[in-house]
Write a protein that binds this ligand. Structure first.
Ligand code: HSE
Length: 457
């Protein structure tokens, strides 16, 4: 006997905007798991309609045709809970605002919209006392936003490092395991359906930056937007970089890193014992991490988020970062949580913005660096290079040299070049940039082949 639904069970009307990969899986769960959802929430979740552009488009899930409509605004006016899974900025933004104005709880997975215009949506939701939830916007199925906002609410998060883009992780992992160049690994990712026809948002790091802004906002109780994130993609990572990193015990990952840091108020190079400013740096860039680091083990298109908190220490959250069913799982978590609150009553809970910390640019960050360079193999080269590091206050941790001897037409019949790979201790961006510029000016240097940041050591 189904004891979950009685004559007194409240009904909550649910409107779905979008029936793509994720939307159709959300519809499937709402339609097939109705009694389990009622038992978990104390309310009957009635899917009252699905707004789509084309009612007749083919869909993976069988959904009764009468649920489809092209009139999203009319559907929103009927709903207690609106699930926005259309993606893109418009009409998603306007429809979410309509839902908030109507007093409906909103669940969305639209990280691009939240990164660009989140503050407007959060403020409107706060003012209307409605809940806006978006667990699916970061790292697909992985429960990460609720652990940050609820489970770790009594702790102080100091740093979040995430592999939050599956496409780039697939590409970098393929380069690492096969030795392929970026273009070939991207072609394989496209062939297998991981990369979009236009992969720009993924490979240039924009998608990871949008997710980084959301993670930083929740971890540090301050609202950060996309423009606050320093962003570098993976298009410049070469097979040579990957091979050199591998040889030195590292793997290259595209990381979104958000961390709370204190810097001398006069700037990173003005460490005169004066006052300090505490702020948050949010950055996305290819990063060398030790192969034994938990993030180093994240293969293929999987995502993972590594959180460091004062009392909890280190935590890692791992799982599928994309795909219809996995992302629908995160959406439904928000829907169930919203339904439970609606059953109990009370206003929506807004994200905490108690800190209002300043955004610190990449110049404020001190990290370790990996520098690859191609130099002449002759007496005095190492001393000239190490002198430049010393002059700029950058301390070398390890230096490796591989000599390549090639036969040529010169007098002694051969020419030698040295491939140098240097890992530094922590240094500021400015000190590192000055060092690299000076090295590039040496006549014994053929080229600086790569400059990458190193984390997780
Ligand atoms: N394009 C994203 C990725 C999935 O590759 O991880 C959606 O956020």
């Amino acid at each position: 006997m189904d004891t979950s639904v009685s004559a007194n069970t409240k009904t909550l009307k649910v409107a779905l905007l979008g029936a793509g990969n994720v939307g159709s899986q959300v519809a499937r769960i709402l339609l097939t798991d109705a009694s389990a959802l009622a038992a978990r929430t104390g309310a009957r979740l009635e899917l009252v309609g699905i707004a789509v552009r084309n009612v007749d488009a083919p869909r993976e899930v069988e959904i009764p045709r009468e649920l489809f409509t092209t009139d999203a605004s009319a559907l929103i006016r009927k709903a207690d809970i609106v699930i926005e899974l259309m993606g893109g900025l418009e009409p998603a933004r306007t429809l979410i605002l309509e839902a908030i104005e109507h007093g409906a709880t909103v669940v969305t997975g639209n990280k691009a919209l939240l990164a660009v215009d989140g503050p407007t949506l959060y403020e409107k939701a706060d003012a209307a006392g409605v809940q806006l939830s978006y667990e699916a916007a970061v790292a697909g199925a992985i429960p990460i936003l609720r652990p940050i906002t609820d489970s770790l609410a009594g702790d102080k998060i100091t740093r979040v490092m995430g592999i939050v883009n599956g496409t780039t992780n697939f590409i970098l992992d393929a380069m690492d395991s096969t030795g392929a160049e970026f273009a070939d690994a991207l072609a394989e990712a496209t062939r297998l359906g991981y990369a979009e026809a236009d992969p720009t948002a993924d490979v240039e790091g924009h998608d990871a930056a949008a997710k980084g802004a959301i993670l930083a906002s929740l971890a540090f109780h301050t609202r950060f937007a996309l423009e606050d994130v320093h962003c570098e993609g993976i298009t410049g990572v070469s097979a040579g970089d990957i091979a050199a990193a591998k040889e030195a015990g590292y793997v290259i990952k595209l990381l979104a890193i958000a961390e709370k840091i204190s810097v001398p108020t006069g700037g990173q190079n003005n460490d005169d014992g004066g006052t300090f400013t505490t702020g948050v740096s949010v950055r996305v860039h290819p990063t060398l991490i030790p192969r034994e680091h938990p993030l180093g083990a994240v293969r293929g298109a999987y995502n993972a988020v590594f959180v460091e908190a004062e009392s909890a220490g280190e935590l890692m959250f791992y799982g599928r970062g994309a795909g219809g069913s996995p992302t629908a799982s995160a959406v439904m978590g928000d829907v169930v949580s919203a339904a439970r609150r609606l059953v109990l009553g009370g206003p929506g809970r807004s994200d905490s913005t108690i800190e209002v910390l300043p955004v610190l640019g990449i110049d404020a960050v001190k990290t370790r660096y990996y520098i690859g360079m191609d130099a002449a193999d002759q007496p005095g080269v190492l001393s000239k290079i190490s002198a430049l590091f010393a002059e700029n206050g950058v301390s070398i941790e390890t230096m490796r040299q591989t000599v390549h001897r090639e036969r040529d037409a010169s007098e002694n019949g051969s020419a030698a070049s040295a491939e140098l790979r240097i890992v530094t201790h922590r240094a500021s961006e400015a000190a590192l940039a000055a060092t690299v510029e000076a090295i590039n000016g040496l006549d014994i240097i053929n080229s600086v082949t790569s400059v990458l940041r190193v984390e997780g050591v």
